[in-house]
Design a protein around this ligand. Structure first.
Ligand code: UTP
Ligand code: MN
Length: 492
């Protein structure tokens, strides 16, 4: 910009279309300076306001881009973007200079076009920031489609570990916050490369952002590394990995100086039946369950159920229904027109809980039979080796073969059996497919946005004061005003 002497010229023509009122003309003081404000990113209303301000200060501010324009004012645009835009205008016949909004505001303050310094030029360096995909994600996980194709596993593993640590430390609020943050990253279509990309994303609190920044900038988060190494976290993990041991019990044992399985065995602590079984089958239960094993158990369960209960339906639920290839257990939903289920001979351990919901007076279903009172059975299942059970299993890896040879004959697998009367089937199916966060978010959506209460038994409309019947998951999504999300996209 050449130093310019203010000249008073009464502006006319296209240049003053933005003038407030006819006759309210401010004389143009800088005839060699013709400004144009780029609306992209700045927004129409801010552009209109700034244009007005410029004219009041005696600048020529054009409404429409033309060859006359000498300065293009941009906000948050990168130079490439502006260059491309300029090229698309007036056939590229322009020598207008792209300038950052800071030049404009400083000039307004000075009441004259200030000298153009480097910092006023549209920064090349902004390319990084502006070119990155600005992600946009709805805040409820049940509004998002989250497949198993996670593009940010390092970040989500770190946040999940902090979530787990919080949950094991009786800090559920913090646990949920980390789970939500991890779930948002799982829904992103690409790997995150810089924190600037995360601007405007929901559920990312200061703490989660700090962890993400550490990993992006230093390759690791000191908090995550510290937690992983901490004796307390390691002990909590080992102990709660025992079937039947929750955070409270583990905490008590740790206070008694028990940090390992060996110390637990030596300690003479009384273990309940579940914990005894859990300890006995510890190594087996730590091994992930494969889809092939899940299918084999499914066949046995189905055969057993159908033999005593013709017409019963068995559905694979939990992670396997969402398309996971391995799991920590196998979950089945059994729905039945009538009663009695016997899997005697297959269950190494089992505990059933009642369907307390049926006791509710105004519930959607009366207990049709004794079977309805049995809602859930946590069990440890005795699964024969593939050769023994004679199923056509896919080939074992050398590692599997080695393990099977050493172990031989059978392995223990955690199996959860959920039973629901047919009237609650759709709710049970939706409620037990997961993921846990997806379920939590569905209930939060129902309660906060729809004044409804959703459980794995029913959907209650608080405004209408009645239960809403459904025979499919799709119907439940419709009641909730949600687009249907298939199980494979519920991996939040
Ligand atoms: P799981 O804990 O088995 O999770 O619970 P998962 O998604 O199948 O994962 P892995 O592969 O086994 O590790 C299955 C679903 O059952 C419901 C949740 O919706 C969960 O996603 N569930 C589980 C409950 O509602 N309550 C419980 O106490 C446990
Ligand atoms: Mn499961």
């Amino acid at each position: 910009l050449q130093r310019m002497k203010p000249v008073t010229v009464v502006s006319s023509g296209a240049g003053d279309t933005g003038s407030d009122r006819p006759g309210d003309k401010v004389p143009t003081r800088f005839p060699q300076v013709v400004l144009f404000l780029l609306e992209r990113k700045m927004g129409a209303s801010r552009r209109a306001f700034l244009s007005q301000l410029g004219r009041k200060k005696g600048f020529q501010v054009e409404e429409v881009f033309s060859e006359r324009v000498t300065h293009v004012i941009c906000e948050n645009n990168c130079s490439d973007e502006v260059r491309t835009w300029l090229h698309s205008q007036v056939g590229g016949r322009t020598s207008a200079q792209p300038l950052d909004i800071s030049w404009f505001t400083e000039s307004m303050r000075a009441g004259r076009p200030v000298e153009i310094l480097d910092r006023h030029k549209v920064q090349e360096q902004q390319i990084d920031e502006a070119e990155v995909v600005a992600f946009s994600v709805p805040s409820y996980a049940c509004l998002r489609r989250t497949t198993l194709d996670n593009h940010n596993p390092v970040l989500t593993d770190a946040l999940s570990l902090l979530a787990e640590n919080a949950e094991l430390s009786d800090e559920d609020g913090r646990g949920v916050a980390f789970r939500r943050a991890a779930a948002v990253l799982k829904a992103l279509p690409e790997p995150v490369t810089g924190v600037t990309q995360l601007r405007g994303l929901p559920c990312l609190g200061g703490h989660s952002l700090r962890v993400i920044r550490d990993i992006l900038e230093n390759g690791a988060s000191s908090e995550v590394e510290f937690t992983k190494q901490s004796e307390r976290f390691k002990a909590l993990k080992v102990l709660t990995d025992i079937f039947g041991v929750g955070a409270k019990t583990a905490e008590r044992w740790i206070r008694d100086g028990i940090h390992s399985l060996h110390q637990l065995q030596e300690s003479g602590q009384t273990l309940n039946r579940a914990q005894q079984a859990g300890l006995e089958h510890y190594d087996d239960l730590k091994q992930p369950v494969t889809k092939a094993e899940a299918d084999a158990i499914g066949e046995i369960v189905e055969e057993a159920v159908v033999s005593v209960l013709p017409g019963a339906q068995i559905t694979l639920i939990g992670g396997f229904r969402r398309g996971k290839l391995t799991g920590h257990d196998v979950d089945f939903l059994i729905t039945h027109p009538e009663e009695v289920l016997s899997l005697q001979g297959f269950l190494l351990y089992q505990k059933t809980t009642r369907n307390s919901y049926l006791e509710a007076k105004d519930g959607p279903a009366r207990p049709a039979s004794n079977m309805d009172r049995f809602e859930r059975c946590f069990s440890i299942f005795k699964l024969a080796d593939a050769e023994k059970r004679g199923t056509k299993q896919t080939e074992n890896t050398p590692e599997d073969t080695c393990r099977l040879a050493a172990h031989s004959r059978w392995r223990a697998v955690r199996v959860d059996l959920v039973v629901s009367p047919i009237s609650q089937f759709a709710f049970a199916l939706l409620g037990w497919t997961g993921s846990k966060l997806f379920e939590r978010e569905l209930r939060r959506w129902a309660g906060h946005e729809k004044a409804m209460s959703l459980s794995s038994h029913a959907l209650y409309d608080n405004k209408q004061g009645r239960y809403l019947k459904a025979t499919s998951e799709e119907e439940i999504f419709t009641y909730l005003g949600l687009e249907y999300i298939p199980p494979s996209e519920r991996n939040a």
